[in-house]
Design a binder for this molecule. Structure first.
Ligand SMILES: Cc1cc2nc3c(=O)[nH]c(=O)nc-3n(C[C@H](O)[C@H](O)[C@H](O)COP(=O)(O)O)c2cc1C
Length: 348
């Protein structure tokens, strides 16, 4: 029987439980990628809260990427010192941290307009950002190929009809692992784009199988990433349908994100098949110490109501935490469903 509290190891990652913090964009960097000090406080609180491993918010590999406001970057050496400060803070709590490397847009070009030289350039940007992540003390990198970001579009038939679009991801992963054999290399990928003509589950499975030999784990997500109105025991683990067969077909651990809220459901997911790890974002915005709370024996489900207001607040804080748990908010919290906004920013 697996449980969320098992201590495990994947390659260089020593994990005190099976729970990852899934990448969460804090929008706390200026246009050049320099951090606001608030980011250090957020990661300190998270690292002290008991999660097994933290994946950073998306971190652009390019200086000129303006895809979303407040993007962190590892696009030049001048940013390494601030990331080193961040990883030091996390490591003080003996927690590993992975940099999610992302590209939103490349010179405003559509995928169909890219030349071979553009693609070579993009590959190099990822490889160099990974070098900087190592210098900054990250324990791994995550290649962000989900949620409509550049690599997600690159592997989607809605944007790219070439025969083996996954080759770019493979080339990045191969080059990074040749340079840094001890670094954990993972990917976040859509199980489906959930759009007509986009990447579907068959296509995603094919790409995962092709990339797996060059990776140390795969995190399964999908477009419409942060589904609203999750209720414990009712509609948790909403990308499980894809992650289960994937876990049967690859030799590396599968991490499943999306809607984990209760210990029982999470343990059930782990024991239904080969899924080894679960990752969470919104519950840890609401309760950065959620895992510690559970480990202390306070086992009620995550307080997050999946209202998705965290996408709209400064520093993507939980609105309930910002306002304090007033009586009115406690009433709101107990309502089964809150409308979830559907803005492009939800595709982080
Ligand atoms: C405020 C916010 C920021 C997010 N930023 C990122 C991000 O930087 N990269 C990413 O891959 N996913 C991002 N996500 C998606 C989450 O990692 C996660 O896949 C999704 O919210 C579902 O998991 P949950 O139910 O545990 O929140 C973000 C989600 C939220 C709420």
């Amino acid at each position: 029987m697996k449980t969320i509290f098992d201590k495990t190891k994947i390659k260089n990652l020593k994990l005190k439980n099976r729970l990852f913090r899934s990448a969460t964009w804090e929008a706390l960097a200026d246009e050049s990628g320099h951090f606001d000090d608030e980011i250090y406080r957020i990661y300190d609180e998270l690292a002290a809260g008991g999660v097994g491993c933290i994946i950073s918010g998306f971190t652009s590999v390019s200086d000129n990427d303006r895809y979303f406001g407040g993007m962190a970057r590892l696009s030049n050496d001048g940013l390494i010192a601030e990331h080193t400060r961040l990883t030091d803070i996390v490591h003080r709590n003996d927690i590993p941290i992975i940099a999610q490397l992302a590209l939103g847009e490349y010179q405003n070009k559509e995928i169909s307009e890219l030349t071979d030289s553009d693609i070579g350039n993009i590959r190099e940007m990822f490889i160099k950002a990974a070098d900087r992540a190592v210098l900054a003390g990250y324990d791994g990198i995550q290649i962000h190929a989900a949620h409509g970001f550049f690599l997600s579009r690159f592997i989607s038939p809605a944007h790219n009809r070439s025969a083996n679009p996954e080759q770019l991801i493979i080339d990045i992963a191969k080059a990074v692992s040749a340079r840094h054999p001890d670094l954990h290399i993972t990917i976040k990928i859509n199980s489906s784009d959930f759009m007509y003509g986009g990447l579907d589950e068959n296509g995603s499975m094919r790409i995962c199988l092709a990339c797996a030999p060059y990776l140390d784990s795969i995190e399964v997500s999908g477009n419409g990433t942060s589904v609203g109105g999750i209720r414990p025991g009712v509609n948790e683990a909403y990308f499980k349908r894809f992650a289960l067969p994937l876990a049967e077909n690859v030799d590396i651990p599968v991490i499943l994100v999306g809607g984990h809220r209760s210990i029982d459901n999470m343990n059930n997911v782990l024991n239904e098949g080969g899924i080894e790890y679960l990752s969470m974002s919104r519950p840890l915005i609401r309760e950065p110490d959620l895992i510690d709370r559970w480990q202390r024996g306070e086992r009620s489900p995550a307080k997050c109501v999946s209202c998705n207001m965290c996408y709209r607040t400064p520093a993507h804080k939980c609105i309930f935490r910002l306002r304090g748990d007033t009586k009115r908010n406690m009433r709101l919290q107990s309502r089964p469903l809150l409308d979830s906004p559907s803005e492009p920013s939800e595709l982080a």
